[in-house]
Structure formats: C-alpha cells, structure tokens
Design a protein around this ligand. Sequence first.
Ligand code: FAD
Length: 395
Amino acid sequence: ASAHVVVVGGGFGGATAARYLRLHQPKLKITLVEPAARFYTCPFSNLYLAGLREWESLGHGFEALRAMGIEVVHATAQDVDAQARTVSLSNGQRLVWDKLVLSPGVDMRWGQLQGYDEAAAKLAPHAWKAGAQTQLLRRQMLAMPDGGTFVMVIPENPFRCPPGPYERAAMVAHYFQQHKPRSKILLLDAKDDFSKKPLFLQGWKALYGNMIEWVGQSDDGQVMRVDAQRLEVETAFGAVHKAQVLNVIPPQKAGFIAERAGVTDASGWVPVKGSNFESTRVASVHVIGDATIAAPMPKSGFSANTQGKVVAAAISAELQGLAPPQAAYANTCYSLIGTDYGISVAGVYRAQNEKIIEVSGSGGVSPLQGDAPFRAAEARYGAAWYAAISADIWG
Ligand code: FAD
C-alpha cells in the first residue's frame, strides 16, 4: 500500500509542508487537517489594526491545495496514538498515517497571568491569533475616545513573533495619529530587551514623538494581574495602570495536539531534531512552526514556512529510501513602523549535531543610520514578502 502523510494545521507551517510534499511526490496520499475553511494570517494583522489593510486581504483558502490533490479535511485533530499511528478528528474520522506532521501553532496559557482567562480575553483581547480577537481589538480602537490610553501587556520569551508587539504599537500609533492624536500607548513588558529594540525606539520617536511609552521589566513593566472588567493591570511592584483599550498578550505554549501526541517537554514546547524537525520523543512525528523549540530561529511565519520545506524534503527522501538533503533554514521578519518606514531582521541557519545554529556571518538587522529611501524600500519589501509567501503557501 502507498504511504499516507497526515498534516495537522493549515497555517504557515502545515500548508507549506503539505504543498511541498506534493511537489516532491505527485502520487503520495496527503491529508491536511485544519478546522478553518479560510485561514487568516497574523502577519499583516497589525496593518489591519492601523486601517492600512482590509480584513479579507488577510484570508487564504485551501482551493489551490485541493486542486493539487491534497485532501483537505475541515476538522480538529483531537488525539494521536503514536503506537497505532492514528489521529482522531472532531468529525469522528480516524486517520492512519505513516508520517505525521504537526504545525498547530500556539495555545494561550490561560490563567498563568492572574485574571487572564478565556472570558477575560473577550474584554481585553490578545489578538495573537488572527480572527475574531483581531476584529474585536480594532472595534475597541475605533470606539476609544481621543485622549485614551491603549495598554499592551507583553510576555517574556519565548512567544509567537518576537517583534510583533512592537510593530503593533507602531500600527496603533499610526491610527491614533490620524484619528485620535491626544491618545497614548503604554507598553508594559516582562523583559528588558526585545527584537530590533534600537530600531523600534528610533522609529517610534521619529514618527510618533512621545505617543508610545515602553516600560521594561527593570522599570516595573512586568504585569502580574489583569482585571479585565475594570480594564486595569497591576505590576510586580504594585503599580496599577488603567486602560481604555487593554491588549493582553499572554504566555503561550504549543498547540494542545502536541501534548496529546506526547511530543512536548516540561516547557510546554516541542523539542525536535535540527536536521528534519522530527520529534526527539516520538518517531515519525515531525513538528514545525511556533510549537517547536527551534531557537535561535524565531517563532515566525517565515520560519514555519522554511521548516515545512525541510520536513517535506526529508519525508519525501525517506519514503523513497534516499538520504535526506542537508537542511538549511532562513528567516526574515519585516516590521512596519509607518506607511513608508520598514525595518527587518534576517538569519540563515543550519543543523549541527541535531541542534540548530545560525550560520556565522549571515543575516543581521537594518542599519540604525538607514535613511528615508532605505526605510521606504524595506516597507515595500515587507509587502512583497507577504504576497510572495502567501502565494508560496496557499497558492
Ligand atoms: P499557524 O500559522 O498559527 O497555524 C496553525 C494552524 O493549526 C491554525 O490554522 C490552527 O487552526 C490549526 N490547528 C491548531 N490545532 C489544531 C488541531 N488540533 N487540529 C487541526 N488544526 C489545528 N511571522 C512572520 O514571519 N512575519 C510577520 O510579519 C509576522 N507578523 C505577526 C504579527 C502578529 C501580530 C502575530 C501574532 C504573529 C506574527 N507572525 C509573523 C508570526 C506568525 O503568525 C507565526 O509564527 C506563524 O503563524 C506560525 O505558523 P504555524 O504553522 O506554527 O502556526
């Protein structure tokens, strides 16, 4: 009988893996399990908050993957039996697999931050999965009076999209500058350092003056308790901050199916082999994307995409009895600070003794002394990146 590969998750990692498996193996039986009929991307959702993007421009369907002969099942994977090599779905189906690829993204650690559970997220959205949460946050911004304070609570590492909160601050500032110029943005951060920090501080100042205030952990930025009813947060040293709009990005962990499959460790994330993202705990289960421990690679859509390609090549080679090609990974995270002001961080990675290492001399960040045409070019590159990666993944 011919082999069957089941991929769980139709986001950045999973859809890439399914598509590239098909490109390698025209006849392979591939099933992609994803509950949503349309996937909305977190990348560029901050531009939607700014009013620079229509919601539907973030949505991607699965027609192109279906047209390639990939079976797309709209259901949630509920459990994995690694011994029997099965995965059970919310629609009652049980799929038998030879290789399983999991790219479930993140789940929130509800309750880890005192007072922040699923009910609280309906009042103080995280908007860290693109969908109803993102649209709720945008409605709250539209309803906020001029002169209000937008408070963002930012977690410790590791979390999905290290530069994401700081790009969001800029995009919210862009909207406020045009529509509510007396408003403030207060960023309460559980850490002292963050991705592209000097570039963000410089860009915020250049475009938005003093509208954005960032408070790091050493200056009492770490939030310990959330009161979503009152839109208040309390810091480690007991300071209480009142918000008109409260955006809480809570601590995260691998999507729950990873734990069901037995591939997570005590950290809540998934250790993997650097050469092919196979679980170090369960053979024939490959895990990619945000769910994994892949540092120094960041939890980004770009990373998930490049990991999906490596896994597709590795599985394809193994099914043909060939040696896997040598793994190489890349990432670029673009962040938009203003309409014509982009910055980026890039890296190239490879596997060494099953660890992932950054290739020395590769990558880097945008120069601090970049001039206006340089920043404008990076804004254009960011938009081009989004169009290109979306086409690469969902067709
Ligand atoms: P996802 O893309 O989230 O896909 C996971 C999918 O799995 C989901 O569709 C989910 O429905 C499905 N799923 C989960 N559990 C199950 C289950 N049990 N059964 C079936 N399906 C399941 N990255 C960039 O590279 N560039 C950016 O500019 C960028 N901007 C960002 C901005 C924001 C505000 C945020 C929050 C993130 C941003 N990211 C960016 C990060 C990017 O969104 C993630 O790194 C990326 O989505 C990770 O891909 P993934 O496949 O791991 O998870």
